[in-house]
Design a protein around this ligand. Structure first.
Ligand code: 5GP
Ligand code: MG
Length: 187
């Protein structure tokens, strides 16, 4: 078979599930460049601090930041893996905030916003540190799945309310290492 560079797989098997290609590399890259241009324009002179959320945003962040041409810093954050028991849903604590964000223009870089609960909690946590501003930049958004209102300043694409993998996103830890995005084939 050809290498990943020249052709995409139409189907992807990840553990027990089958996925079909849904967003191709070229389309992703086009939208990443568009969003980076918006950031370059909006945050010029503000020396933003990008906070990509591990693990899912690692590929998006790498591509996005190579298109960001203004002076900036990057520091990865993570969400604790335990799940809370609050009735509001699973709330995960932000960990690994290594940089002082006080007075900084912060850009949260996420892979996907689904219910929005994770992002709402992240914004609340970061706001307590008094940044100058918080912008949200998400590769993907599922508008039909949103349960809470979250500001989304930069988004590459909206997608339907289906489970996806690839380009950093996983199914049970696997499937992150593809150039395209794949959607679960329902059986
Ligand atoms: P939310 O709190 O917005 O409901 O969920 C956000 C998190 O759920 C994302 O950061 C991601 O980790 C996970 N997630 C939501 N939808 C998907 C999906 O379709 N595929 C994968 N792999 N993860 C998802
Ligand atoms: Mg995530």
């Amino acid at each position: 078979m050809g290498s990943k560079d020249c052709e995409s797989m139409e189907k992807l098997q990840v553990k027990d599930k089958t996925f079909a290609i849904s967003i191709r590399e070229a389309e992703i890259q086009k939208e990443v460049r568009r969003v980076a241009a918006e950031i370059n324009r909006d945050l010029a002179g503000k020396e933003p601090l990008f906070l990509p959320v591990l693990n899912g945003a690692f590929i998006f962040a790498a591509d996005l930041l190579r298109e960001v041409t203004i002076p900036c810093e990057v520091s990865f954050i993570k969400l604790a893996s335990y799940q809370g028991t609050q009735t509001t849903g699973a709330v995960r604590e932000v960990i690994g905030l290594a940089k002082d964000i006080t007075g900084r223009h912060v850009v949260i870089v996420e892979d996907i916003i689904d219910s929005g609960l994770t992002m709402a909690h992240m914004i609340e946590t970061l706001e307590a540190h008094n940044p100058a501003s918080i912008s949200v930049c998400s590769l993907l958004v599922k508008p039909d799945a949103l349960k809470v209102q979250v500001p989304i300043h930069y988004r590459c694409m909206n997608i339907p309310n289906d489970f996806i993998v690839g380009y950093g996103l996983d199914y049970d830890g696997f499937g992150r290492n593809t150039r395209d995005v794949y959607t679960l084939v329902k059986d």
